[in-house]
Design a protein around this ligand. Structure first.
Ligand code: MN
Ligand code: MN
Length: 390
């Protein structure tokens, strides 16, 4: 680079930095609306090479209390993942993720193992308690107060997805933290009970509370039952798969099937060995991936010749920014299962085979400088999942 080029480059970089700093404010206020991102240069994505889009979540340490743990993937662990954060949480029997809310994100969850009970309150004062087993999904709108507790004598394991990468599970608003830092006279006035009622309350955030295994039938709330109009629970794997192919199958839950889930769509994708979820992109959402089982290869195309492949195994997390091309291939000897989350309640994708099929052969011939007859051999419909050797 010549000196004058270098000066121009540095001046451009300074302007760029100022612009992105200014944009951070609007980014925060408009989180959840992906459309604003299209005109914002993202420093994490504007380099010559694509950054890594993989994080070994289950190999990370996270937060551990007793036999309960929470491991998180946010922009701190995986800088590219600005639109979505994820947490792998385990609750031992009798453990509760205490009453809390998330100021900056909605929470979507998929239960991998064990059973979980949740109670969530909405701004209208409605409260819903639900029990969840493997394959079930919950959704809590941003800011709604909730708790999670394991049921029975087995540990529960679930994956949480948040529609904001700047979210942190360890920076949420917990009830013990709030009450522990509020003067007792104020609490006494608030609740109309003697100040001594708060003697011995925890002084700091409890995070994982530990107590007796909850009763099999949930008791009635203090206010009695007052249910919300929309449920927070969806039994995803109780449904037949929404798409079935020779090489795999997919369950998909968006707001059309699960109306309360306005900002998140979730997918379980099973691929047989050698099968490929074909090259595609999502016009309206970022994609967050968690490998429940198996070994996969994920490719990403980022324009300007930038292309990157990551190999992922059980417990790894991947992230594909909105609009970036990608594919997922089972490179192991066994079937694989991937949990995928999108930060939009409406699912949109464009598959490469479908795009080819949507064009006349003369267009493809000119585009690639090949005879039109070649493209007669291409698929005439969406492939979606391609099985091995075909
Ligand atoms: Mn939560
Ligand atoms: Mn995808």
């Amino acid at each position: 680079m010549s000196d004058s080029n270098r000066r121009n480059f540095l001046a451009g970089a300074a302007l760029f930095a100022a612009t992105t700093t200014a944009m951070l404010t609007s980014r925060a206020t408009e989180a959840g609306d992906p459309s604003f991102m299209n005109n914002v240069p993202d420093p994490a994505l504007s380099g010559k090479e694509l950054p890594t889009f993989k994080f070994a979540l289950e190999k990370s340490e996270g937060k551990v209390i007793g036999k309960s743990s929470g491991k998180e993937a946010t922009v701190l662990q995986l800088p590219i993942s600005k639109g979505i954060a994820g947490v792998s949480m385990r609750l031992e029997p009798g453990a509760m993720r205490e009453l809390h809310w998330h100021a900056t994100a909605a929470e979507w969850a998929f239960v991998v193992e064990g059973r979980v009970r949740t109670t969530v309150i909405d701004p209208q004062g409605n409260a819903e308690t639900n029990d969840f087993g493997p394959g079930d999904v919950w959704y809590f709108p941003r800011g709604h107060g909730h708790m999670l507790e394991s049921l029975g004598n087995e540990s529960a394991h679930f994956i949480l997805i948040f529609d904001n990468g700047y979210f942190s599970e360890f920076g949420t608003f917990s009830i013990s933290d709030w009450i522990g830092h509020t003067p007792k006279p104020l609490l006494a006035k608030n609740f109309g009970v003697p100040a001594s009622a708060f003697d011995g309350f925890p002084k700091d955030e409890v995070y994982f509370a530990r107590g007796a295994v909850p009763p099999e039938q949930p008791a009635s709330p203090l206010q009695g039952r007052k249910l919300p109009p929309q449920t927070h629970k969806y039994e995803m794997l109780e449904q037949p798969p929404h798409k079935i192919f020779k090489g795999g199958r997919e369950w998909r839950v968006d707001s059309s099937r699960f109306p309360i889930s306005k900002t998140v769509t979730g997918v379980i994708l099973d691929l047989e060995p050698g099968a490929l979820r074909e090259l595609h992109w999502h016009p309206n959402a970022d994609e967050w991936q968690y490998v429940i089982e198996g070994d996969i290869s994920v490719t990403m195309f980022g324009s300007h010749g930038r292309y990157r492949t990551e190999t992922m195994e059980m417990g790894d997390v991947g992230y594909i920014p909105q609009g970036y091309g990608h594919s997922i291939e089972n490179i192991g000897k066994k079937p694989c299962r991937i949990l995928i989350g999108f930060n939009s309640g409406t699912y949109e994708a464009i598959d490469l085979s479908q795009w080819f099929a949507g064009n006349p052969t003369d267009v493809l011939a000119t585009n690639f400088s090949k005879p039109a007859s070649l493209f007669e051999k291409f698929p005439k419909q969406d492939v979606f999942i391609s099985s091995s050797g075909e």
